[in-house]
Design a protein around this ligand. Structure first.
Ligand code: AMP
Ligand code: MG
Length: 481
């Protein structure tokens, strides 16, 4: 029996220039492998996997979602710095909206935009997307969410033979910069305006008050993107494929593929094996954010005053720096700002870089810093290779803390609330993937629950906060998913 979910039409109202109606392709022997009860409840859905089992056919794409029809949207984009032309939802279908959130099935089969692809997603990458969406949410970083994971024995070819899965993704909107680029480069400026009006009315209604609402929306997207990427840098998140079609109009982390969290700190870290030039390295992310915003501004130009658009783009860098300063000030436990703070930080980055010190562990342990003059602070000091240099840095940090009258216990609690203990390191996801391949899906929700509270001490899960094991050195993630 097909469960009747009360999907509302949203984007459907735009009309056929923006999407194609596509029924999902049924998936063999689907099994509901993971169910995000907390998100489900917020959407008015059952709280437990057992209670949600009746939705398996729908979430696998094996049952018709009913009205409105499922759709794949069309978009274009710049990939690795080059115009790629038309792309579109090659394997994602929008079912409609629940509680104001778009519900998408990713991996639900071919669409008119699949190009050379098979419309499927493999179990490995689906587990990674499911977990990282929720890990980012737990970290307080804007992101699309994940409601469910359906696994199937159906074979899918990538570099090797793998199996298929479908992730149910949730976001207020999956609109990308690339949606606007599509209509701009096709010269379809009426459709461009229609799309911008839709986005304004639904997601940026406050901008409708402005003299030029499109300009106000561009400015809001710039501010959100600056804030988003500052959040990524702070937790050491590397997106891996910051193509303009993977950039959210709402400033959400979108399209989890070859992402990675920093282990040992390397500013030039490249998480995506398919990016040998490091265009999307950790250190490049802020600048690529701006590059992509230029793509968006270019696409919106028919609706904008050019000089005003250029001026808005110029505000990205200071907005990003302000957001980054706030993030890193908080990571250091500072409550005031001084001009010298960035020198203190860059000296610290040099120390971390020299020893490839683990990013997450370092910041978490710095949160226990004892500012007494005689304190050695061995637990954090021992993470650095150059201990003498750390002692010099610590003396200046101590002096900085003293200048603002920092109280250790208060600062330590504040630092624990911004420096996570748990992040989705590749080896943690890999352990869940390996177990899932043997039919054991338990680790997926164990990890999701752990990562939903990344700032809390969870003593029973201490092992998840440790350094990556040696075997993790050989893990490689690429665009293939
Ligand atoms: P991505 O690199 O994942 O952002 O994908 C870029 C484009 O390729 C998007 O239009 C995707 O929908 C499409 N795509 C990626 N993988 C597949 C696949 N297996 N089948 C069909 N389309 C795909
Ligand atoms: Mg994509």
């Amino acid at each position: 029996m097909t469960p009747d979910l009360p999907f509302a039409a949203g984007l459907h109202a735009l009309g056929p220039a923006f999407y194609s109606q596509v029924a999902p392709t049924p998936l063999a022997e689907p099994r509901l492998a993971a169910w995000n009860g907390e998100l489900a409840v917020a959407l008015g859905l059952p709280a437990t996997l057992d209670a949600a089992a009746g939705l398996t056919a729908l979430l696998a794409g094996n049952a018709s979602p009913g009205a409105p029809a499922s759709i794949a949207t069309v978009y274009s984009g710049h990939q690795f710095g080059a115009w790629a032309g038309q792309l579109g939802d090659g394997r994602a279908l929008l079912l409609g909206e629940l509680a104001g959130q778009e519900i998408q099935l990713k991996g639900a089969g071919e669409t008119p935009y699949s190009r050379m692809g098979d419309g499927r997603a493999v179990l490995r990458s689906s587990i990674r997307e499911y977990l990282c969406s929720e890990a980012m949410h737990g970290l307080g970083i804007p992101t699309t969410r994940a409601l469910a994971l359906v696994a199937s024995p159906e074979p899918v070819w990538r570099e090797t033979l793998e199996t298929a899965a479908v992730v149910t993704r949730v976001a207020p909107s999956f609109l990308r910069f690339g949606h606007f680029e599509h209509f701009f480069y096709k010269g379809e400026h009426e459709s461009l305006k229609q799309l911008a009006d839709y986005a304004l009315a639904r997601y940026y209604p406050a901008c409708l008050e402005a003299a030029n609402p499109y300009q106000a929306m561009l400015e809001a997207v710039i501010a959100r993107t600056a804030e988003l990427i500052a959040g990524w840098q702070a937790v050491g998140f590397c997106h891996g494929v910051m193509n303009s079609d993977n950039m959210s109009l709402l400033g959400l982390t979108l399209d989890y593929g070859p992402f990675g969290f920093l282990d040992g700190f390397d500013a030039g870290h490249i998480c995506n094996h398919s990016d040998p030039g490091g265009r999307y390295s950790y250190a490049n992310q802020p600048e690529i954010g701006l590059w992509n915003l230029h793509c968006l501004a270019q696409a919106l130009l028919p609706l904008l005053d050019r000089d005003a658009a250029v001026a808005a783009l110029k505000r990205y860098q200071p907005q990003f720096e302000e957001a980054l300063t706030a993030r890193f000030g908080a990571k250091l436990g500072l409550t005031t700002q001084e001009d010298e703070d960035w020198r203190l930080l860059t000296r610290l980055f040099d120390l971390l870089q020299a020893g490839r010190t683990d990013w997450t562990i370092f910041w978490r342990k710095l949160g226990d810093f004892d500012s007494a003059p005689a304190a050695i602070n061995a637990p954090v000091r021992d993470l650095l290779v150059d201990r003498a240099a750390f002692d010099g840095w610590a003396a200046d940090y101590r002096a900085r803390l003293a200048r603002e009258g920092s109280v250790d216990a208060v600062r330590q609690a504040a630092m624990r609330a911004v420096n996570p203990k748990y992040v989705l390191r590749n080896h943690l996801a890999e352990a869940a993937i390996r177990a899932a391949k043997t039919g054991d899906f338990g680790e997926i929700d164990r990890l999701r629950t752990l990562l939903a509270r990344p700032f809390d001490e969870q003593p029973e899960h201490e092992a998840y906060a440790g350094l990556p094991p040696d075997w993790a050195q050989d893990l490689s993630v690429s665009c293939s998913s």
